[in-house]
Design a binder for this molecule. Structure first.
Ligand code: AMP
Length: 190
């Protein structure tokens, strides 16, 4: 079983690469951002609460995303493995994920971080905003808030996996195929 945490700031290419990794290794893709956007689209109470924070570029509470992942792991008991995209984003979420994996007799194989500079992220996200329909991609100030939330709250999660000897970083600049080749080589070596 392969269970990968794909890590990196907003705009690093986690979504694009997750789709390719999921296909190649037959994994279930769990993106907390996608799950939250589905809640918003369905107009649920949770979605309405989350939307306020997402529109401000802030993280939603740990309990909310941990609960979503818990349900999804239980719904996919027969999966060959998982790729986590945009989760965990805090050390508390990383600890909760380890507990959930253990409860389900699984373990994280490794965290792979996509490395991209802030200026490149801002350029990519403003470009994505022209077609993504995501309100959080359409304003430079908001994009920078998201990048700073990442640096302050999410970057420390890398340390959590480094301590476990499970952290690998991959250059997130280049063509989609080049990055995918590097990621695939890294996955084989986990
Ligand atoms: P993403 O699609 O991963 O860029 O996430 C979009 C937004 O959803 C983020 O800016 C956060 O507001 C929220 N979000 C997604 N995943 C998480 C998470 N694991 N923890 C907290 N907030 C999250």
């Amino acid at each position: 079983m392969i269970n990968i945490v794909l890590f990196g700031p907003p705009g690093a290419g986690k979504g694009t690469q997750s789709m390719k990794i999921k296909e190649k290794y037959n994994l279930v893709h769990l993106s907390t951002g996608d799950l939250l956007r589905s809640e918003i689209a369905a107009g649920t109470e949770l979605g309405l609460e989350a939307k306020k924070l997402m529109d401000a570029g802030k993280l939603v509470p740990d309990e909310v995303v941990i609960g979503m992942i818990d349900h999804k792991l239980k719904d996919n008991k027969d999966a060959e493995g998982f790729i986590f995209d945009g989760f965990p984003r805090t050390v508390k979420q990383a600890e909760a994920l380890d507990s959930l994996m253990e409860e389900n007799d699984m373990a994280i194989s490794g965290m792979i971080a996509l490395e991209v500079s802030e200026e490149e992220l801002v350029t990519r996200l403003l470009e994505r905003g022209k077609t993504s329909g995501r309100p959080d991609d359409q304003n430079e100030g908001l994009i920078r808030t998201r990048v700073h939330e990442y640096e302050n709250k999410t970057a420390p999660v890398a340390g959590y996996y480094k301590e476990q000897g499970k952290f690998v970083s991959v250059k997130g600049i280049g063509s989609v195929e080049e990055i995918f080749t590097n990621l695939s080589e890294t996955i084989q070596s986990l």
